[in-house]
Design a protein. Sequence first.
Lengths: 254, 181
Amino acid sequence: MDKDLQPRFEWLLRMGDTSLILAQRLGEWCGKGPALEEDMALTNTALDLLGQARLWLAYACEVEGAERDEDQLAFLRDSREFRNVLLVERPNSNYAHTLMRQFYFDAWHHLALRELEESADPRIGEIASKAVKEATYHLRRSSDLVVRLGDGTRQSHDMVQSAADSLWTYTGELFRNDEIDAPLAAEGIVFEPASLHERWSSYVNAVFAAATLQTPPSNTYMQLGGKQGVHSEHLGYLLAEMQVLQRTHQGAKW
Amino acid sequence: MAADRTSVHESVPVEQIWSWLADVADPEIPVISVVDLGIVRNVEWGGERGAETLNVTITPTYSGCPATEAIAEGIRGALARRGVSHVSLKQQLSPPWTTDWLSAAGREKLRAYGIAPPQCGATEHVVDLSRILQRAAGPAIPCPQCGSTHTSLVSRFGSTPCKALYRCDQCAEPFDYFKPH
């Protein structure tokens, strides 16, 4: 791969892997959702994210030019080679956690895709224009549920607040600039992560206010590393399940 | 490969191809065709004289819609049955598919089948927080069975990515709603 293309390849892995890992997490709820409607919502959202992951990773393969396809990226890489943010590999835990992880992600994803629609790389622009329609629908749903459960019963409020607090430390990574984004942002190909922070915060604050939830303190220590391939132990277990078939029967086809 | 080529190729006008594709049913909602859905974006002959290829451009509905591959197979199969075997199918993402491309005939077929067609154009990709905070109801969706607008949303997601689930409060029938997208 041309050295100049390395940042774009890395960046595409971050986008693709983040969607892929969240899709896998949501898929774990299939058949076990707390209500049929929620089961369908989680798995449909997972399907959208999986489709988007495929678009990002297929483009990553073209940029890399190394004759591997998106399936090989998904099923034959190890934890250290994944570039997803830490937030999406958090375990599903209880439903409040799953919902809050989704809300934090959707609020970022929607903003990110709207920026990317204007990318100087037309391929990134067209993937974003496709994905933003789905992300808008996801954000409407997760925002609505946060309000309903936050401003719901005492128990639902406390569970959602607890999830909001414990996942907060994984949100900072979404807005951290590094040497991968900088050259791409300078060319107008991608946004600078930090540039989305203010809009994300004001959106989250508005939803939390309506949901009678407290926004966790802004000086919280933020966990970093996912985008550089340094993951929590949870990703290994997720990959073991996601990759077992291709690892056991290499090249197996549907 | 030249041996199995039949003579129909270059003589077939694209209008004829479009009418053949209008018979290719959507695999998830077989009552409408891939043309009604707006999935087929372009049909044209390409390649050199004597070795023409039919270029068909299609666009996916939702990014992860599993029907996309079945649709491509359906198109290839329908063309092959008419003797058009040299087909190049191209996927195009931009402009992204929208329910605004559903044909008028397609909408009516959906309704007759029991699926309420989209009630409004594809909306801006913004999230109107005030509507969420007020817990505002969406637009009234007429029941495809009895026409009543006394209906309520049961689930934002349904049996396929493109549908939501509603219930008619008048005739008590549950129904699918094809979401504006």
